[in-house]
Design a protein around this ligand. Structure first.
Ligand code: GTP
Ligand code: MG
Length: 205
């Protein structure tokens, strides 16, 4: 049966955590460094294969700015799945994510599949290996002298630190019955998995 199974999915989360960027990665396999904030909401679709089925995701990408909060129920009301996004470099965005989970558990379809996603892991992964020169050859072909950062505060890369430990968010997700992922819309890490794991969890006729 190759008739696509439609899955209505909504993305929710604080402004600038990367909801639109995750969708852009999933749908077009692209990334924009300075993506403009979403106004209201955006609608996109993407098909994907799961075993012998074709799933057509109908995606509502909502606006995270507080002034749009009251619109959200229109988008999550009939949703079969929700991706709630936070930014691993911003602890307050996990608190906002938790408040979305509570709102969905109170107001959305009781069978809704919810995935919690910590985005922007590219900013915190392999910090040491990016910061310390490990003898790599630069674009200009020169090999820099080995450099040891004794004063880490001076290094720009160290301005970005993880504020949400993986274990903290994953424990919260587990006790709340949510799927859990860490992603990077920038390099694509984990993005397809969010959608395929959701598809696996939704009862498909
Ligand atoms: P609203 O529409 O206002 O709710 O924001 P949003 O959640 O849709 O965020 P958006 O996708 O617009 O991304 C905000 C900024 O973060 C943009 O400048 C993106 O380029 C950047 N960004 C998004 N995802 C990532 C990521 O995985 N890594 C990095 N480094 N930057 C990201
Ligand atoms: Mg957006």
């Amino acid at each position: 049966n190759m008739k696509p199974v439609q899955v209505k999915l909504v993305l929710l989360g604080e402004a600038a955590v990367g909801k639109s960027s995750l969708v852009l990665r999933f749908v077009n396999d692209e990334f924009q460094l300075n993506k403009e904030p979403t106004i209201g909401a955006a609608f996109l679709t993407q098909k994907c294969r799961l075993e012998d089925k074709v799933i057509k995701f109908e995606i509502w990408d909502t606006a995270g700015q507080e002034r749009f909060h009251s619109l959200a129920p229109m988008y999550y009301r009939n949703a079969q799945a929700a991706v709630i996004v936070y930014d691993v470099t911003k602890a307050s965005s996990l608190e906002k994510a938790k408040s979305w989970v509570k709102e969905l558990q109170r107001q959305a379809n009781p069978n809704i599949v919810i995935a919690l996603t910590g985005n922007k892991v590219d900013l915190v992964a392999n910090r040491k290996s990016r910061t310390h020169n490990d003898g790599e050859v630069d674009e200009d072909g020169e090999q820099d002298a080995q450099e040891i950062d004794e004063d880490e505060e001076d290094d720009e890369d160290y301005a970005i630190t993880r504020q949400v430990p993986t274990e903290e968010a994953s424990a919260y997700a587990q006790e709340s019955g949510l799927l859990f992922f860490e992603t990077s819309a920038k390099n694509g890490q984990g993005v397809a998995e969010v959608f395929t794991e959701i598809a696996k969890k939704i009862p498909l006729e």
